[in-house]
Write a protein that binds this ligand. Structure first.
Ligand SMILES: Cc1ncc(COP(=O)(O)O)c(C=O)c1O
Length: 408
C-alpha cells in the first residue's frame, strides 16, 4: 500500500528519490489517464447483468452521450469491448471492401499502425508520409492524390500521440473529397476525442474511432466507432456482392452484424458492463463541464507544460501541437529514458519517445482527470528530474513558466 492507501502496480516500486518521503503515484501519460473519483466509484459498484432492461438503457444512454461528444446526429456510436485499435479494425472492415485500395497517411507510430493493419487484412495499401513531428500539408496531399489511381479509403490520425502533432483533419478531408471523392476518410481520433475540436459530421468524415482510456477519462477496455451513412452503405453493398467485392472476414468485429443489436441496447458478446456503467458517469461529467471548456483547459495545460519544458531547455517537437500531449525533445546530452525514470522515482508516470525517438523524446500529458495545478506539479517534477540528472536549474524556473501560461 502507498501512503494514500492505494495498492497496485504504481506502488510496486517505492517512489522515494534521494531518500525523501514516498511520493503519491501520479499518472501524467497520454493514456491510460487518471480518472475522476466519481468514475472510480461507479467502477466499484456490483457487477450488473447485460441482458436486462436497466443495462440496455444505460448502454443506449452511453451511445447517445458519445454521439453528443462527437457532435454527430443520432445515437449510433458503436461501443466495443477492446481498445481504440479494435475499433479501427472493425471500422476498416465494415467500410472498405476486401482487397480495397487504401492510402495511409503516416506521420508517426499510429499512422504506421493503420497501414500495417490494412496490409495484414489484405488491402492494397499505399502510403503518403510526412516526417515525424511535421504536420501533413494540404498541397502535398493534393499532389499525391492527383498522381495516384482510384482509392477506396484514406486513413489518417487526428492527434498523432507519438509525435504530439494535431493534424488538420478538416482540411485534409476536404482535399480527399475534392480529389478522390469515392475514397472514404477513416480517422483515428483516439487522443483527440474530447481534447481537440472534432466534427465528423460537419467535416464529412466517414469513420471516427477512439478508446476509453484517453480524453473521456475511463480505464482502458472500450473502443468507440462512428461511421457515416455512406460508409455503412458501402459495407452493406459489399456484403451483397460477396466474392472479391465482399468484406474482409470478421465475426466479433463485424459491425454490420453488431449494429442492429446495439440499436436495441444489446451486443453480440458480453460487453464490459462495469466500464459501460462507468462510461455513463464519465460522459455526464464531461458534458456537464462542457466540451469547449474542457478543450480550452487541456490546451492551456498543455501549453503550460511546453513552456515549463522550454524553461529547462527542452524543445516542442510538434509542428502543430495537439492539446493531448506535450511532446518535447530533451536538451543535448540528457537522455529521455533517464528523465522518464527520474520522474517515476518521484511517483510521476509520463510517456517516453517511441521507436527512433526513444532517446530524446518525452511525452507528458494532462489529458486525464486534473486541473491547472497539475501542470504546476509536473513542472516542479521536471525541475527535480533535471536536477537528479545533474543539470543546474534555477529553482522555480519551470514552475514560473507554467504559471505564466496558466495565469495569462
Ligand atoms: C493516436 C492513437 N491511435 C491509436 C492508439 C491505440 O489505441 P489502443 O491502445 O486503445 O488500441 C493510441 C494509443 O495510445 C493512440 O494514441
Amino acid at each position: 500500500m502507498s501512503v494514500d492507501g492505494r495498492a497496485g502496480p504504481a506502488d510496486a516500486r517505492p517512489a522515494g528519490a534521494g531518500g525523501r518521503a514516498p511520493f503519491r503515484p501520479r499518472l501524467y501519460a497520454p493514456g491510460p489517464v487518471a480518472v475522476p473519483p466519481a468514475v472510480l466509484e461507479a467502477l466499484a459498484r456490483p457487477v450488473v447483468h447485460h441482458r436486462t432492461d436497466a443495462f440496455r438503457a444505460t448502454f443506449q444512454r452511453v451511445r447517445a452521450a458519445l454521439a453528443e461528444v462527437l457532435e454527430v446526429p443520432g445515437d449510433d456510436v458503436m461501443l466495443l469491448t477492446g481498445s481504440g485499435t479494435t475499433a479501427f479494425e472493425a471500422a476498416l472492415i465494415a467500410a472498405v471492401p476486401r482487397e480495397g485500395r487504401v492510402l495511409a497517411l503516416r506521420g508517426g507510430k499510429f499512422g504506421d499502425r493503420w497501414a500495417t493493419m490494412a496490409r495484414t487484412l489484405g488491402y492494397r495499401v499505399s502510403e503518403h508520409d510526412v516526417a515525424w513531428g511535421r504536420a501533413f500539408d494540404v498541397d502535398g496531399l493534393r499532389e499525391r492524390l492527383a498522381g495516384g489511381g482510384p482509392l477506396d479509403a484514406v486513413t489518417l490520425v487526428h492527434s498523432e500521440t507519438s509525435t504530439g502533432v494535431l493534424h488538420d483533419v478538416a482540411a485534409l478531408a476536404e482535399v480527399v473529397r475534392d480529389h478522390a471523392p469515392d475514397a472514404l476518410v477513416l480517422v483515428d481520433a483516439v487522443t483527440s476525442l474530447a481534447a481537440a475540436e472534432l466534427r465528423p459530421w460537419a467535416w464529412g468524415l466517414d469513420a471516427v474511432v477512439a478508446g476509453s482510456q484517453k480524453g473521456v477519462m475511463l480505464p482502458p477496455g472500450l473502443g468507440f466507432a462512428w461511421l457515416s451513412e455512406r460508409a455503412w452503405a458501402r459495407g452493406r453493398a459489399q456484403a451483397r456482392d460477396g466474392g472479391a467485392g465482399g468484406r474482409a472476414a470478421a465475426y466479433t468485429l463485424d459491425l454490420h452484424r453488431e449494429r442492429p443489436r446495439q440499436r436495441q441496447g444489446d451486443s453480440g458478446t458480453t460487453p464490459a458492463t462495469s466500464l459501460v456503467v462507468a462510461a455513463e458517469v464519465a460522459l455526464d461529467l464531461l458534458l456537464a463541464e462542457g466540451l469547449a471548456r474542457r478543450r480550452a483547459a487541456l490546451d492551456r495545460r498543455n501549453r503550460a507544460l511546453l513552456a515549463a519544458g522550454a524553461a529547462l531547455g527542452a524543445e516542442a517537437f510538434a509542428e502543430r501541437v495537439s492539446p493531448a500531449v506535450a511532446a518535447m525533445t530533451t536538451p543535448e546530452g540528457l537522455a529521455a529514458p533517464a528523465v522518464v525514470r527520474a520522474l517515476a522515482d518521484r511517483g510521476v508516470r509520463i510517456a517516453g519517445g517511441q521507436d527512433h525517438l526513444a532517446a530524446r523524446l518525452i511525452r507528458p500529458s494532462l489529458l486525464g482527470h486534473g486541473d491547472d495545478y497539475d501542470a504546476v506539479v509536473l513542472a516542479a517534477a521536471l525541475e527535480d528530474a533535471w536536477r537528479d540528472l545533474g543539470r543546474a536549474v534555477a529553482p522555480g524556473a519551470a514552475v514560473a513558466a507554467a504559471m505564466a501560461v496558466l495565469g495569462s
